[in-house]
Design a protein around this ligand. Structure first.
Ligand code: KG4
Ligand code: ZN
Length: 342
């Protein structure tokens, strides 16, 4: 059996996975640092990097133990090398290089956001393409044109905050715990999405880019007055209404941009991945859009929405098949560099 090992350390999750040559998951482990960062209301890069150093070997040991295999059963190793926090990425990349050198096996570089794109299709034997794919997470909000499982083109991205970051910041403003996305998701279910009319920034009639900083500021002014410095009492019901109205504004923009891409290039399917793709209302409205357009929707399975190594090993396996290889000179980089074949 020729296994592929995937390693993911781009932000605050330390993850490893073992997949077989058909991309079936043999074992997967993930250690989240969320408790370490919660009191700061966001990921602290220094703390993240140090925690990966402590956790990476136990996470690897655990994945081998779960799978009941040994390192010598692995035929290749895929690793996230960009984009992300440099101190975090370095830990995974160094570890993968050491593993590849020790076992004398190929090393495959994987772009984290491209792995999120892949995650939408991971559980499907056959997919209808081209797809308009939205990756929405704490660090990224991007639209991709997916021609094949190894050909993606990034056609839109955020010019300021990522959607998940906006969820986290609005939650902090409402004195809700970190990470804010799941809490807002839950509260919004009992709120009125039409209670407050927050702005929807479209950046012009044809743009596929995103901007969420204006929306974030609008929520700040709504809660703390026109200068953002006059906190007032906000009732539980108003908190739910703000959560629902904010969430609806984010989703309106995300889906409108997706629809622009669908219409301008005649997409044959839709896809949705990344941490924010766990959002119940976003999943529901994306499904309604797909049904209305009679297009298949590929939703990342919930377990693969947050950062994980299954998506890294899965895309790594496809890249291996088309000849993508890294070597010991592979460097981690915070920037997004594609490693798909041109
Ligand atoms: O993909 P991910 O684990 O990390 C990055 O690559 O950034 O995404 C984490 C982000 C956080 O901002 C979190 O608040 C958001 O995803 N998130 C959600 C939900 N679950 C997680 N946002 C909205 N609704 C959710 N249910
Ligand atoms: Zn991610």
């Amino acid at each position: 059996m020729e296994l592929i090992l995937g390693i993911e350390t781009s932000c605050d999750e330390t993850a490893a996975a073992l997949l077989d040559e058909n991309r079936r998951v043999i074992a997967s482990t993930m250690h989240s640092q969320v408790d370490l960062h919660a009191r700061y209301g966001g990921v602290v890069p220094e703390i993240a990097g140090r925690s990966h150093v402590e956790t990476i070997l136990p996470v690897l040991e655990e994945v081998f133990e779960k799978a009941g295999v040994r390192p010598r059963d692995v035929g290749s190793v895929a690793v996230t090398f960009c984009p992300g926090l440099i101190g975090s990425l370095l830990v995974g990349v160094s570890c993968a290089k050491a593993f590849a050198a020790a076992q004398r096996i190929p090393l495959i570089p994987v772009n984290h956001v491209e792995a999120h794109v892949y995650s939408c299709f991971h559980e499907h034997e056959e997919v209808t393409l081209p797809a308009a794919c939205l990756v929405v997470s704490g660090g990224h909000t991007s639209l991709y044109w997916v021609e094949s499982l190894t050909r993606y083109e990034c056609v839109g991205r955020t010019i300021d905050d990522a959607a998940g970051e906006a969820f986290d910041k609005v939650a902090a403003l409402l004195d809700l715990p970190y990470p804010g996305g799941p809490v807002i998701d839950r509260l919004a279910k009992e709120g009125d999405p039409r209670a407050i009319s927050f702005p929807r920034s479209m950046l012009g009639p044809t743009s596929l880019d995103f901007s969420f900083s204006g929306l974030k500021t609008a929520v700040l002014y709504h809660c703390r007055g026109p200068k953002g410095k006059e906190p007032r009492e906000i009732s539980e019901q108003e908190t739910r209404d703000i959560a629902a109205s904010f969430q609806e504004a984010v989703i309106d923009v995300l889906l409108k941009k997706m629809l622009r891409l669908v219409e301008s290039r005649e997409a044959k399917s839709l896809a949705l991945g990344g941490g924010v793709a766990a959002n119940g209302r976003l999943r529901e409205r994306a499904q309604a859009l797909a049904d209305q357009r009679r297009l298949p929707l590929y939703l990342a399975p919930r377990a693969l929405t947050t950062d994980n190594a299954v998506m890294v090993a899965g895309l790594g396996r496809l890249l291996y098949d088309v000849g993508v290889r890294g070597d010991l000179a592979l460097d981690a980089t915070p920037h997004g560099i594609t490693c798909l074949p041109s």
